[in-house]
Design a binder for this molecule. Structure first.
Ligand code: SF4
Ligand code: SF4
Length: 338
């Protein structure tokens, strides 16, 4: 059984919330994963244009101050996205992070400018940074999710620490294709593809599926957004992929998870809009087990999550993650008093 520490934000306290946040982390012993005089990544999500429900930079700044007190050097990180937006490429992702107030410690995009920097770990295309570090803090906003029912620590690691190509594997059964109507035949992708999968022929510029590795770097290169893919993977397979990638990414690492069960929106923070919340704020949870912490969050807002997408079974990501050795679904809650 794993332990999940819980700070209840539904109660009124005299102490300020950041002091209580510190007590939560101290009680859990979360910063024991730090090593003196070394850097420590904090994996989070900087939101999207038009969305303000992501975890507040005020909490994360406070967390970075605590890490500095332990003589460690914090930096923030996330990866590029599959959908086009400011997080699609590394440099615009950095600008977004700055615009959303994440400018108090260095920010690094873990899979590079084009999202093609990955290391294959088992079957997973892990963003290069996460294949090389041996510890990190994972800060997640727990909320509903269109494909998985909910998104929490498992999704933040499994999807969020994978490269663009890793995300493609979890969302699509096919390789990228070039839309001939949008393509201007500028050949930027042709010069970029290290696998010589992009061909120029009578049909125009095309991708040879046998040579293509699905790294997705060409998608970031194309100035016309002409390289596309199909979102054709069923929910069960996406959840299975997230669970497998999570297990592959965290294996042999020290990871401390913090889930914010507040601003519980129906969809993830990639949505460029602020939707009404589906449940009142609950609190902040932390654990060394990504399965247990997500199970605890889900149990606390189950009714609201289950009503969102009745056709999706959110238990699947928890069950797969446990099966693949990422953690345990059974947990005990330790309430942290103010
Ligand atoms: S064609 Fe395939 S291998 Fe080449 S850059 Fe694009 S996704 Fe990567
Ligand atoms: S970069 Fe885009 S527009 Fe240029 S050739 Fe490739 S697919 Fe066509």
């Amino acid at each position: 059984m794993s332990t999940v520490y819980f700070l209840d934000l539904r109660k009124k306290y005299k102490t300020n919330v950041l002091v209580r946040f510190r007590k939560l982390i101290d009680t859990a012993g979360g910063l024991k994963i730090l090593k003196k005089n070394t850097s420590c990544a904090i994996k989070t999500h900087f939101g999207e244009d038009g969305n303000v429900n992501f975890v507040s930079p005020l909490y994360i700044r406070y967390l970075t101050d605590l890490i500095k007190e332990s003589d460690s050097r914090p930096f923030l990180t996330d990866t590029t996205t599959l959908y086009s937006g400011r997080r699609f490429r590394g440099e615009s992702h950095l600008e977004l992070a700055k615009d959303h107030g994440f400018d108090f410690v260095p920010v690094v995009i873990a899979d590079g400018v084009y999202g093609d920097e990955f290391v294959k770990v088992n079957t997973s295309k892990v963003a290069r940074l996460f294949a090389t570090i041996d510890r990190f803090v994972c800060v997640s906003h727990f909320k509903g999710h269109l494909t998985c029912g909910f998104g929490g620590a498992l999704k933040n690691v499994g999807m969020g620490c994978s490269s663009k190509g890793g995300k493609l594997d979890m969302h699509s059964l096919s390789k990228p294709e070039i839309d001939q109507e949008t393509c201007t035949q500028c050949l930027q992708c042709y010069g970029y593809c290290a696998y010589e999968a992009i061909k120029k022929n009578k049909q125009g510029v095309t991708i040879d599926r046998m040579l293509c590795t699905g790294c997705c770097g060409c998608m970031s290169i194309c100035p016309e957004h002409a390289i596309k893919f199909s979102w054709d993977v069923a929910s069960t397979d996406t959840q299975k992929g997230i669970a497998q990638c999570t297990a592959d990414i965290i294996k042999g690492k020290d990871v401390f998870y913090i889930n914010f069960l507040i601003n519980i929106t129906p969809n993830c923070d990639c949505f460029p809009t602020n939707e009404p919340t589906i449940a009142p704020d609950v609190g902040i949870l932390c654990s060394f087990d990504p399965v247990a912490i997500d199970q605890a969050c889900y149990d606390m807002v189950k009714d609201a999550i289950d009503q969102l997408h009745p056709e999706i079974d959110p238990h699947e990501q928890l069950a797969f993650a446990q099966e693949f050795g990422a953690g345990k679904r059974e947990y005990e809650i330790k309430i942290v008093s103010a």
